[in-house]
Ligand binder design. Sequence first.
Ligand SMILES: Nc1ncnc2c1ncn2[C@@H]1O[C@H](COP(=O)(O)OP(=O)(O)OP(=O)(O)O)[C@@H](O)[C@H]1O
Length: 313
Amino acid sequence: MNDVIIEARDVTRDFGDFRAVDKLNLKIRKGEVFGFLGPNGAGKTTSISIMVGLLLPTSGQVLINGEEVDKVKKGTIGICPQELVLWDFLTCKESLMLMGEMYDVPRDELEKRVEKLLKDLFLTDKADTVVTKLSGGMKRRLNLAMAVVHQPEIVLLDEPSEGLDPQSRRVLWNYIRNLRDDEGKTVILTTHLMDEADRLSDRIAIIDHGKLLKLDTPTNLKKEIGEGDVVEMKLSHPEKNQEVTTLLSVMEDVHSAVEVDGSLNVRAMDAVGKLPKIIDAVEKAGCHVLDLSVRQNTLEDVFIDLTGTGLRE
Ligand SMILES: Nc1ncnc2c1ncn2[C@@H]1O[C@H](COP(=O)(O)OP(=O)(O)OP(=O)(O)O)[C@@H](O)[C@H]1O
């Protein structure tokens, strides 16, 4: 489990004079689900594309199983890109068979594999349906099946939940867990959904503006910013948000107070017990609370703590 399967060393990628990935150093372990979490444009797709050899870095190096990424043998990696790549006029079964043939999967093995994939991804009753007649969620599931038909060691999923309804998302999440638990695959995924990163990943790399800000397990990431709760408030006079934030930041036992998308987020131990004092501070600034909720720390709070802004999604 602790064997390193992919290592990025000082990976940097420029597009003209724009730096999309800035000195990325990380190791992905065999058999883990590794999540890249960051807002749109953070550099997730660029990073993972370099890590699996789809894109060259401007500088730096990527090793897969200790070898330069361009020497890795065909079929080691299965890629499920953000945009669907499907053959419109083939059926689900035909698409999977063709993909398997392209990877030289032996015929009898391939037939069994295709049957299992259709079943695992709830596409059996669509086996003979052409791609153009599938729903968006079915197309996404087929796209994933096509990425893994040849049993790659590493599976790369770029924003796999994009556009999926909650039911399809659950099917997908269970399947991703199965890939790790039953098939021993290493799964790398990108997402800007905190919930998805939290529930699926063994470890998460939080990136923004091309830089790796933090890498740890979801539990450790949340622990690091402190146990406790977050009070979210909307004030009657948003122009006073900054003033109230300053007042709250210096209050005893308040870890932090920041403005996020027009609301105030206050992190504190025993936030409920602190509410009278928090509300008092708001009133002292000459406004009142319009809306208030108390919740536990999430990865978004970790992100805010690291960057001072929300995930913007
Ligand atoms: N081929 C390219 N040419 C120029 N700029 C690019 C190119 N590819 C990516 N970029 C820029 O690099 C930055 C990172 O893009 P990237 O697609 O890696 O982000 P991302 O985190 O995957 O975002 P999203 O969640 O929107 O997919 C963006 O500012 C993007 O505009």
